[in-house]
Design a protein around this ligand. Structure first.
Ligand SMILES: Nc1ncnc2c1ncn2[C@@H]1O[C@H](COP(=O)(O)OP(=O)(O)OP(=O)(O)O)[C@@H](O)[C@H]1O
Ligand SMILES: [Mg+2]
Ligand SMILES: [Mg+2]
Length: 587
């Protein structure tokens, strides 16, 4: 009898050897003949003037070509539909109790069913439903009370059963939508908001991971096989490459925020396929339909894109390719294409199999999925705040952040940066529980700036990944607090942050005390004396500022005051004030 995971676990290391491929012939067109080389050598070197003229003509030609390309782009309307495959945050696989961890030794987390051993049976892991449902609810979908699993047949080495279990006829969620706003990075020509409908969300199995070792070896790691995925399918309602990338970015943010997934595209937890078609504006509509939307052009599909940039770049390249094919009298074939990062062209992988080729059929071994109203309502009630509500909150009166700061805080490090920021704000709040709202917002704004820009800058400079223990939230909160209370200067705060970043673990108040960094405010007389010393260094510059109103030159004196003054005591705004008074007589 077959035993379930873990006692029935199998360990496999699978190697697929492919026959050697014939070495391709060198392309003769790439190697000029000896004759053409000789004639090139005997050509006279053109005069400087000629070269200049040629360069000018080339530039004009390029400009013309660009303009005509742009004009022809205006003639064509682009349509894009996106499919997202996201790995759910679950402990067990979809149909076995094997763990989902992909970081373990290859082929160590596999149950017999994952390898399609004869006689093994699927055991649906109900817990996988929870993140899937959270995602579908966050995407405003209607959850279906009954859904079913189907087999999608194809033969490939990464799919041991010869079919993938998916939900084709009756998915568990339908008819959702995602709103894309201007701050999500949609194309300006799309206005301030685009709503993209979601046709359905379905549960399915992931495939094994293959690693190619050319020319003839592929290693397979079955740890990933049957990892629970959701496929989110959007309607073909996107018409610009930037908006398509914004759509994928927003979907990722929503999935992360509702806890459906733990990693985004960067870590391979999310992959996107984009479907691209074009049609000429103002002409008879295209022949193709998709789920009630007609008049579309023939689509091609670019599979497995793993970054937002790749989504945008691949769509631009595919659109240009389709325009070139149609303008030269060709036809677009329905096919699957690939994209390599950094390239400028999509490449054909295979002709697109029609639905009939997959021989979809209901899986006879898996019972229908029945989802109760009570589960849906309890998950809806406990859903974490959505990215849009977070933006509203962070830019509202309570936090007072700019949209430019709020967006990266939400998006960076899969939400970890925002959590850290909130910790800093909570500590500040506990230090001053009775603060008035305005002072509180000034503090939260300052904290945002330090979390993103000052700490972020140190991370970039040191080329380190995010880690909330490098500078404990408490240390940053203390720094921001001291700065806000004017107990230290900005430059001291930066210096102390760098010290903590480099490993100084003393509590910030003690560090400031011990290193004598607390601000001992300078008296007015001290400021005046310092200003007079630096003004005496360049009297001619003082004259220029006075007679020619060259106020830009004041910066030099200010810099000198900061440099010459006692360390940590000179406050820039006060120094500036005294300088203005002495040079221009302004109070
Ligand atoms: N003519 C078209 N132009 C652009 N996009 C289209 C067009 N027709 C369909 N699409 C988009 O293509 C996608 C089709 O996804 P769907 O999962 O239904 O089919 P599939 O690509 O054949 O399936 P799979 O790739 O999962 O085997 C949808 O996002 C849809 O919006
Ligand atoms: Mg699909
Ligand atoms: Mg597809």
């Amino acid at each position: 009898m077959l035993r379930p995971w873990p006692s029935g676990a199998v360990r496999v290391l699978c190697r697929v050897n492919r026959p050697f491929l014939a070495r391709p012939q060198a392309n003769p067109a790439r190697f000029p003949s000896t004759r053409s080389l000789q004639s090139a050598a005997t050509d006279r070197v053109p005069l400087r003037k000629q070269l200049k003229q040629e360069a000018k003509a080339l530039k004009a030609q390029k400009k013309l070509r660009k303009e005509s390309e742009e004009a022809s782009r205006q003639d064509w309307e682009l349509t894009v539909g996106v499919e997202i495959h996201a790995q759910l945050d679950t402990e067990a696989k979809l149909f076995s109790r094997a763990p989902t961890s992909t970081s373990d030794t290859p082929n160590s987390n596999v149950a017999l069913f994952d390898l399609a051993f004869p006689g093994s049976q699927p055991e649906f892991q109900a817990a996988t439903l929870l993140p899937a449902l959270r995602a579908a609810i966050a995407l405003n979908c209607q959850i279906q009370p009954v859904s079913r699993f189907d087999r999608k047949h194809y033969f490939y080495q990464d799919q041991p059963a010869g079919y993938q279990i998916t939900q084709y006829y009756e998915p568990f969620a339908r008819n959702g939508y995602v709103d894309l706003l201007d701050y999500d990075g949609i194309a300006p020509e799309d206005g301030g908001r685009v709503r993209v409908d979601i046709k359905q969300v379905q549960l399915e199995q992931d495939t094994a991971k293959s690693q190619e070792y050319p020319p003839a070896t592929q290693l397979l790691d079955f740890n990933r096989v049957s990892h629970p995925l959701i496929e989110i399918i959007t309607m073909p309602q996107i018409h610009t490459p930037a908006t398509a990338a914004a759509c994928v970015r927003k979907l990722q943010a929503i999935l992360l925020a509702c806890g459906a997934v733990t990693t985004g595209m960067e870590m391979g937890g999310l992959r996107a396929d984009v479907n691209v078609s074009i049609r000429r504006r103002g002409e008879a509509p295209g022949q193709h339909r998709y789920d009630g939307i007609g008049g579309l052009g023939q689509r091609t599909e670019i599979k497995n894109l793993s970054s937002f940039k790749a989504v945008e770049d691949a769509i631009v390249a595919e659109k240009n390719r389709q325009i070139a094919v149609l303008e030269s009298g060709g036809v677009i074939e329905g096919e699957t294409r690939g994209w390599t990062i950094g390239s400028t062209e999509t490449r054909r992988l295979r002709g697109k199999e029609g639905a009939v080729d997959y021989r979809y059929m209901p899986d006879p071994d898996i019972s229908p999925l029945v989802i109760g109203e009570d589960l849906i309502s309890s998950l809806t009630e406990s859903l974490p705040t959505s990215p849009d509500s977070l933006v509203t909150q962070l830019t509202g009166a309570e936090y007072g952040l700019s949209i430019e700061d709020a967006k990266p805080l939400i998006e960076l490090d899969d939400g970890a940066r925002l959590e850290y920021y909130q910790d800093v704000v909570d500590i500040l709040q506990s230090l001053h529980p009775d603060q008035d709202p305005q002072t509180h917002a000034a503090l939260t704004r300052m904290a945002g700036n330090w979390v993103l820009h000052e700490l972020g800058g140190l991370l970039t400079k040191a080329d380190r990944a995010w880690d909330d223990t490098i500078v404990p939230a408490r240390a940053l909160a203390d720094l921001v607090d001291h700065l806000q209370q004017k107990r230290i200067t900005g430059s001291i705060a930066k210096q102390v942050l760098a010290a903590v970043f480099d490993g100084d673990r003393r509590p910030v108040p003690r560090l400031l005390e011990e290193d004598n960094l607390l601000l001992r405010p300078m008296s007015r007389e001290e400021y005046v004396a310092l200003a007079e010393t630096v003004l005496a260094q360049r009297p001619e510059m003082v004259e220029q500022i006075r007679s020619k109103n060259q106020l830009g030159k004041m910066g030099w004196f200010l810099g000198q005051m900061m440099r010459l003054g006692e360390k940590g005591r000179v406050e820039a705004p006060k120094a500036q004030e005294v300088l203005q008074e002495l040079i221009l007589g302004k109070q």
